[in-house]
Design a protein around this ligand. Sequence first.
Ligand code: SF4
Length: 429
Amino acid sequence: MSPVVQPAARPAPVVGCAERPVLRERGQREVFCGLTGIVWLHRKIQDAFFLVVGSRTCAHLIQSAAGVMIFAEPRFATAVMEERDLAGLADANEELDRIVARLVERRPDIKMLFLVGSCPSEVIKLDLSRAAARLSQRHAPGLRILNYSGSGIETTFTQGEDKCLASLVPELPAVTAEPQLLVVGALADVVEDQFARLFATMGIDDVRFLPPRQSRDLPPVGPGTRYLLAQPFLGDTARALDERGAVHLPAPFPLGAEGTTKWLKAAADAFGVDPMRFRSATAAAEARAQQALAAYRDRLEGRRIFFFPDSQLEIPLARMLSRELGMRLTEIGTPYLHRTHLAEELALLPEDVVLSEGQDVDRQLDRARAERPDITVCGLGLANPLEAEGLTTKWSIELLFTPIQGYEQAGDLAALFARPFDRQTRLRV
Ligand code: SF4
């Protein structure tokens, strides 16, 4: 028997996000911390190592999120702080220096080391930026050492990537006013290659990506740099790039056929690409994406979807699912709503959708139960209880681990949302 749940009273909406009312939630959070980003970042920057300065809990999180690699030498680890460190009885800096020295000796292939802060390192106020500066001097020039925080006190899981990329920005070489396109946000290599080919076909040859695949290939930045965000959760990185003189190109995010076209068009317009040339560069791939999406439309059209705040991908996903697959949006929750970076997305959403920013997990659970959507996008911790109540769920973290951006991945993205319904049908049969 399902428990009877009274719908939670909605807090009064606040107007101000492109004139749309937004519910502000400031309650209990249930999301992974920024350490999770290491799972995809260590695959992306192939000569980097991520050393979490944390507790056994942090080590368990990383190991279970990334899986235990048996055949490959992993490029992440946790320097576990013991009780003696936490109680201030041992010099954590000395221990860190020893661990880094041992790592450098064992792994000469590592060219960039990130010291990643955690809740425990923040609680004892271990200054990792000073440690990174000190260790950089000791291990230069072969190894560059940077630091950022992945602590759950400060970050939700996608913000780990933001903090990591923001820490890279001061390291980027300066460039004069040469026009150059920078794509910002970790993308699967296959997606990156597809975008590079599309830009080249349009005549935009000088395209660089942040993060790079190798730490020695840091892209230059300067007043001539025009940058596209490939991910919606990069507020700190964008701010740091702006301070270096780079200029953001406002666009929806490259999810689905429409989003990808509008994202590419923003760059094409900034670089003066002739509209005919743009069409001929993108038309075939766009048509392929539309065809791939059409194959899922009958399974998804009219289905009601509810987003818990988790990855910050929620608004671009909701836009794509409603406009290109006919899904009906109930509530879109996002941990943080960056009004400037999401302005183009918000303008494409239906008028009646409920937007919420921040988390208050009990109230949001009550609203989801009251709505009884056909599918709920949420974090791993909420999925099982909701499934047990008969609600179909989709783990939002899957959307970070799967290549979903660009034309060629549009069908795969739709498939991720169709699969839970297929499973449900099979279970019923
Ligand atoms: Fe937990 Fe904090 Fe470590 Fe993340 S950083 S695993 S939230 S203790």
